[in-house]
Design a binder for this molecule. Structure first.
Ligand SMILES: [Zn+2]
Ligand SMILES: [Zn+2]
Length: 260
């Protein structure tokens, strides 16, 4: 019925009750979850989770926050993980100039290393961008060149930019994914973006344990809440919930080449 296109169920935050969280997700109608790595270690955890349940898929990469930890062993480690058929994407990677937890030049270099890795492996990308959208778009142009194909190149996750920037990703072959932020009262810019993106390039996600949608705002987020985010998008666009469920499942299956 719906897919959580970006989650961190493998994170420590779910150490106590991970099985219950997953039971609630499946019961709510979540049919698949993409669990995303933020470091080599957490990418391994994502893959372990995906290997234990056919409804869970993994993405492997080093978050821009952790870009400072990238070294000569990182690419081979990610490549080895990505050899598993359970790994459907490279990321999350990108530029985060809001927190600046790694120096910007290091983030830039590590972002480019991920773009090369994804291109070499023929895998889609999971992009994490915050307060750096125009530079991220320019980097994609430089590193990947013009896009002329049917297969999507990846997704800009937890989108918080403008409608124009969202369409910039779409023009470059990327889909745009929205978290619970789209349901927040003070999120007019994100809501405008969620109205502007063509429905066949739009995805929904929880990014749990963060970003719980209304009416769960402020609590630990979990995949079952992705339904509230999808309903929020449907309300914004003035369409039936079912239409957003259907379209986002199809988009997520297309970008990550999930079977079914
Ligand atoms: Zn992220
Ligand atoms: Zn994430």
């Amino acid at each position: 019925m719906i897919i959580d296109a970006h989650a961190h169920v493998s994170s420590e935050k779910f150490a106590q009750d991970r099985a219950d969280v997953l039971v609630r997700a499946w019961a709510a109608g979540v049919e698949a979850i993409v669990d995303v790595g933020c470091s080599v270690e957490s990418s391994e955890a994502s893959l372990r989770l995906a290997e234990a349940d056919p409804r869970i898929w993994a993405a492997v990469g080093v978050h821009p926050h952790d870009a400072k930890d990238w070294d000569d062993a990182t690419r081979p480690a990610l490549e080895a993980l990505a050899a598993s058929p359970r790994v459907v994407a490279i990321g999350e990677t990108g530029l985060d100039f809001h927190y600046d937890l790694s120096p910007r030049d290091v983030q830039r270099a590590v972002f480019r290393a991920h773009l090369r890795l994804a291109r070499d492996l023929g895998k889609p990308l999971v992009l994490h961008v915050r307060e750096a959208y125009d530079e991220a778009l320019a980097t994609l142009d430089e590193a990947l060149g013009a896009w002329a194909g049917d297969a999507p190149r990846g997704v800009s996750h937890c989108f918080t930019g403008t409608a124009e920037q969202a369409l910039g990703f779409v023009r470059r072959g990327f889909y745009v994914s929205f978290t619970g932020v789209v349901t927040f009262k003070n999120a007019a810019q994100v809501q405008a973006a969620a109205r502007a993106v063509p429905l066949d390039a739009l995805m929904v996600e929880t990014d749990c344990p963060y970003m719980a949608p209304v009416p769960h705002r402020g609590r630990r987020c979990e995949p079952a809440f992705v339904l509230d985010t999808a309903r929020g998008v449907a309300r914004l666009r003035g369409v039936e919930d079912e239409e957003v469920f259907r379209a986002t499942v199809a988009a997520t299956r297309r970008v990550f080449q999930l079977p079914g």
